[in-house]
Design a protein around this ligand. Sequence first.
Ligand SMILES: Nc1nc2c(ncn2[C@@H]2O[C@H](COP(=O)(O)OP(=O)(O)OP(=O)(O)O)[C@@H](O)[C@H]2O)c(=O)[nH]1
Ligand SMILES: [Mg+2]
Length: 140
Amino acid sequence: MTERTFVMVKPDGVRRGLVGEVIKRIEQKGLKIVAMKMVRLSEETAKEHYAEHVNKPFFPSLVEFITSGPVVSMVVEGNSAIEVMRRLCGATNPIESPPGTIRGDFGLDIGENIVHASDSPHSAEKEISIHFSNEEIIDY
Ligand SMILES: Nc1nc2c(ncn2[C@@H]2O[C@H](COP(=O)(O)OP(=O)(O)OP(=O)(O)O)[C@@H](O)[C@H]2O)c(=O)[nH]1
Ligand SMILES: [Mg+2]
């Protein structure tokens, strides 16, 4: 089933020059990027994006990190795009993420794991609407 998901290269990924690497893997897989922009998230947007984690001990550092520099935000479309993007990213903790995944190949730190992808259809819809207006998403 064709789905859309929200993907973001996090500030560590941008700082390390991994934007192209992430985009390459998305394209190689056959998924389609239908919206993309570089932005620096406001604290408000960051808190909305990670609202599910508001009571976790790592929430303040998570918000501080995700607002620490520019991110590259995307809407990615394709067959089972939500599950496929999660598989391309790998496990939350890069130490447990197998080689071949983005986090497995490039990360070592759970707090700086390079990339975000929505974890469910519900999250995808919510996150796309937080980060993009309808006009920014291109049908092609
Ligand atoms: N320091 C710390 N950070 C955590 C921990 N669990 C999650 N995080 C961070 O919080 C982010 C969001 O957590 P989750 O939504 O559970 O993980 P995820 O869906 O794989 O990652 P995202 O794509 O960023 O949402 C993760 O990407 C981590 O950077 C933890 O136990 N300790
Ligand atoms: Mg998550």
